[in-house]
Design a protein around this ligand. Structure first.
Ligand code: GLY
Length: 323
């Protein structure tokens, strides 16, 4: 039987704009699922966050493609969307996939069609600022003048390869938001949303919509979610691993450390940052990162504002990219 305690919300640090709203949902008796969706929707609407929802940085063709998922720890129910274009509330749509369809993941045109059927209003996700960042990246080092869409794609492909392989240069911009909530009844829910890696190949899905990779919750053991290079979490089933390690008797911090150390086995020339947030079944929480000094946020119903502790640092020691 789960202990009764104040509702808790844990998030990646870019969840600052949504965490108070998420806790308020718990304060008024809302469920963990309602809390994570409410919190993430505010991050998706934030024009200053170029890694999630509206104003996300686009793929190599200049199209914004959103990935999102939700999972509920009671009954292991889940829903996800991938490569969603033209609609902002990707996490809400992921919840609708879970609740309205006999499926767990809908992608591309099917996701946009479903959003429309659910009555969502279309939104132009590519803002002028995100478009300027994309074009500046594209045109850097290139003579001026009009270039065709194909040339754009070739140029961005070159840039992605060069930037990804040069340890002296940062990886392409990326980011994701994670929210985990534990409500007063001890029910867990996780939500994840992202516009994915900037300049990604069209149709690329990361870990965020893949249940078990970027997102996992099981009320019997705990919940976890990831940000960072999704291809790494997909290959190590990172979120599921954290929960499984707790199931096998590890503490939250042992489970986080072991899941991060598993990433060291990856043969990956593009290896870069990985981050995890996690909550155990009793409401203990923690987070880890391959980069030193990264933070996460948490807030429970008894707190007036969030706290922002530093994550455990577990370097990806075999990679020259480790900070
Ligand atoms: N973790 C988000 C992504 O790789 O797209």
């Amino acid at each position: 039987m789960a202990k009764t305690m104040p509702g808790l919300v844990v998030a990646s640090s870019n969840g600052r704009v949504g965490i108070t709203e998420a806790v308020d949902v718990l304060r008024t008796g809302g469920s963990a699922l309602e809390a994570v969706v409410a919190g993430i929707k505010l991050v998706e609407a934030n024009p200053n966050d170029h890694s999630v929802g509206f104003s996300g940085l686009p793929n190599l063709l200049g199209e914004v493609e959103l990935d999102a998922s939700v999972m509920v720890g009671q009954g292991l129910t889940a829903g996800a969307v991938g490569g969603l274009q033209g609609f902002q509330d990707a996490v809400e749509l992921a919840r609708m996939v879970m609740e309205e369809l006999p499926h767990s993941l809908i992608t591309g045109e099917g996701a946009a069609r479903f959003a429309s059927e659910m009555g969502m209003s279309p939104v132009e996700l590519l803002t002028d600022e995100a478009s300027r960042i994309w074009r500046a990246r594209l045109e850097k080092g290139q003579e001026t003048g009009d270039v065709s869409q194909r040339r754009f794609a070739e140029k961005i492909g070159e840039i992605v390869r060069r930037v990804s392989q040069d340890p002296e240069k940062p990886a392409p911009p990326h980011g994701t938001v994670n929210f985990i909530a534990r409500d007063r009844e001890g029910r867990l829910a996780v939500g994840v949303s992202t516009s994915g890696w900037a300049w990604k190949y069209p149709g690329r899905l990361g870990d965020s919509p893949i249940i078990g990779a970027g997102n996992y919750a099981d009320d019997r053991w705990g919940a976890a979610a990831c940000t960072g290079r999704g291809e790494m979490a997909m290959r190590c089933c990172t979120a599921h691993s954290v929960v499984t390690f707790m199931r096998c008797g590890m503490s939250l911090s042992e489970a986080l450390t072991t899941a991060m150390q598993d990433l060291r086995a990856l043969d990956d020339p593009y290896a870069s940052e990985m981050n995890i947030v996690a909550v155990d079944r009793d409401g203990g929480h923690g987070a880890a990162s391959t980069t030193a000094g990264k933070t996460y946020i948490f807030m429970d119903e008894s707190m007036e504002s969030y706290e922002e502790p530093t994550r455990m640092h577990v370097p990806l020691v075999d990679s020259p990219r480790c900070a």
